[in-house]
Design a binder for this molecule. Structure first.
Ligand code: ATP
Ligand code: MG
Length: 218
């Protein structure tokens, strides 16, 4: 089964504020379909399209992702983006991983709805040479990929697409449960540190908002 020359490595970038079962199911489904040997979760620093909201301190987002993935031997978490200041661009994440893992095939996993935005990302052309893109969609949801190159992109339906971090944060702020939307350990982590309670994200030490000179630019 594993006599392929190249290892296949999934890359899932995200704010993970907090990580939830939608992320985990997507990683698991893509893993199964494409025979991935590993999925690396990469909590991001600031993302160009999220500069308008306060993002939780990077260390909390990183640790929640570690807690959520700890039981899966094929899931790992990278500190690469949270340890560097400034805006996180997917192209830079993929360049770094490609340099670290030159013999592996990278599969970038993302919500299909953000795929069209990829075309507007910095150095979009190079993206296709660095990774295969897997866009995950809601079952029954038709998506027009428009001008995206069909050879570098696959679409896959995953069953937990209705879960979002935005909804999880709003629930905690409203005193509603997030049990079963996020892993048990993440519920406990959120409670332990009082995250999302007042509707505003705790920030500070490693928050790195607005430190990059390119913040806000695509
Ligand atoms: P927010 O609501 O704050 O935007 P989010 O739930 O979209 O958060 P992100 O950390 O922004 O979570 O997402 C990381 C990656 O996971 C993105 O590629 C996103 O499209 C994808 N994703 C988000 N929610 C789901 C889900 N329920 N199922 C599958 N993939 C998801
Ligand atoms: Mg999102």
């Amino acid at each position: 089964m594993k006599d392929r020359a190249k290892r296949r490595v999934g890359v899932m970038g995200g704010t993970f504020d907090p990580v939830h079962h939608g992320h985990l199911v997507a990683a698991s489904e893509v893993s199964n379909t494409f025979g991935l040997d590993e999925v690396i979760f990469v909590p991001t620093g600031i993302q160009p399209f999220k500069v308008d909201r306060e993002v939780t301190e990077a260390e909390h987002r990183y640790l929640m992702t570690v807690v959520a993935t700890a039981s899966n031997p094929r899931f790992t978490v990278s500190r690469a983006e949270i340890d560097r200041p400034g805006t996180t661009y997917t192209i830079d994440t993929l360049r770094r991983l490609h340099a670290e893992l030159p013999d592996d095939e990278l599969y970038f996993i993302t919500g299909a709805d953000v795929l069209p935005e990829i075309l507007t990302w910095k150095d979009a052309d190079e993206l296709w040479s660095l990774a295969h893109f897997v866009g995950v969609t809601r079952p029954g949801h038709e998506l027009d990929l428009g001008a995206l190159p069909s050879s570098g992109v696959s679409l896959m339906e995953v069953p937990a697409m209705a879960i979002s971090s935005t909804d999880c944060r709003a629930r905690v702020a409203a005193g509603q449960p997030v049990w079963y939307l996020v892993p048990d350990g993440v519920v406990q982590y959120i409670n332990k540190y009082g995250l999302y309670r007042d509707g505003a994200a705790p920030h500070g030490r490693t928050g790195s908002r607005n430190e990059g000179t390119t913040a806000g630019l695509p």
